[in-house]
Unconditional design. Structure first.
Ligand SMILES: [Zn+2]
Length: 270
């Protein structure tokens, strides 16, 4: 049995799996990638964005996974891929031009919102555990080209922009955050790949603020419904592998220094 034999992340058929680019190849994902896993990054004394010298599996074709059967790979590519590519390219062009300070949203003309969101959900199906029940209705949503309306009590999809180059796939994890002295936990999965980032929130709490811009309503459009959309310019810096961590390199360095100082002081006193 070849090493790419397994269950398709969408239709669950057991077969020879094909390589799925995550994000699509034409969305700045055509050059060789050097993915490293989180445990290697956290192992030694290095800054989290520094992947130099780490062992990696060289992916000549870009970042992705052997996750989909051939049919699912072809279908999602032809049904949904173009709108994702279009938005990535528009955002890349905007970053290249230096966005004026008084601009707070980016307008995108003639896009199919449902196709865009289905491409994103398909990527989340590929990176998450295929046996997790919470993924099943997402799979159904992607497999049926015309299905619409994600259940907003169960899922919320937030989006942001990023100039950072580290690609991150974070499967479903529980994130604990301290907001206004209240501890909040949330189940999220996140994909970041220049110039876009997405947070999929499971069982979102109504009226709670989450990072990014809520685009779940894109799922209410029809497959053939074209729209002109405006997305608030929410830009995040991403320098480590943890979900929903958007610290700048300076902030991370400072935190590492403080931790070192703390350990030194506490060791030194012994
Ligand atoms: Zn399949």
């Amino acid at each position: 049995m070849s090493k790419s034999f397994g269950k398709c992340a969408l239709c669950r058929k057991e077969c020879e799996l094909s390589f799925e680019h995550i994000p699509p190849r034409a969305a700045f994902n055509a050059s060789p990638a050097k993915p490293v896993t989180g445990d290697k990054m956290m192992n030694d004394d290095r800054m989290p964005w520094d992947t130099s010298g780490l062992r990696y599996t060289n992916q000549q074709q870009g970042m992705g996974k052997f996750s989909l059967c051939k049919d699912c790979n072809n279908n999602t590519g032809s049904w949904y891929g173009n709108d994702y590519i279009k938005i990535s390219q528009i955002m890349h062009a905007a970053f290249c031009e230096t966005i004026p300070e008084n601009i707070n949203a980016i307008g995108i003309k003639e896009i199919y919102p449902l196709r865009f969101i289905k491409q994103i959900i398909s990527m989340f199906c590929s990176i998450n555990n295929i046996e997790d029940e919470r993924i099943q209705s997402l799979r159904d949503f992607v497999l049926d080209k015309t299905a619409k309306g994600l259940d907003k009590t169960k899922y919320r999809l937030n989006m942001y922009f990023t100039k950072s180059n580290l690609v991150k796939y974070a499967p479903l994890s529980v994130v604990i955050k301290l907001d206004d002295n209240k501890v909040q936990s949330m189940a999220v999965s996140e994909i970041t790949a220049y110039p876009l980032g997405f947070i999929l929130i499971f069982d979102p709490i109504k009226d709670r603020e989450y990072d990014g811009v809520d685009i779940t309503f894109f799922s209410d459009c029809d497959y053939d419904e074209l729209a002109n959309i405006e997305i608030p310019l929410c830009i995040k810096e991403m320098n480590d592998i943890f979900p929903m961590h958007y610290r700048s390199k300076e902030e991370i360095k400072q935190c590492v220094e403080e931790n070192k100082k703390w350990s030194k002081e506490n060791d030194g006193g012994q």
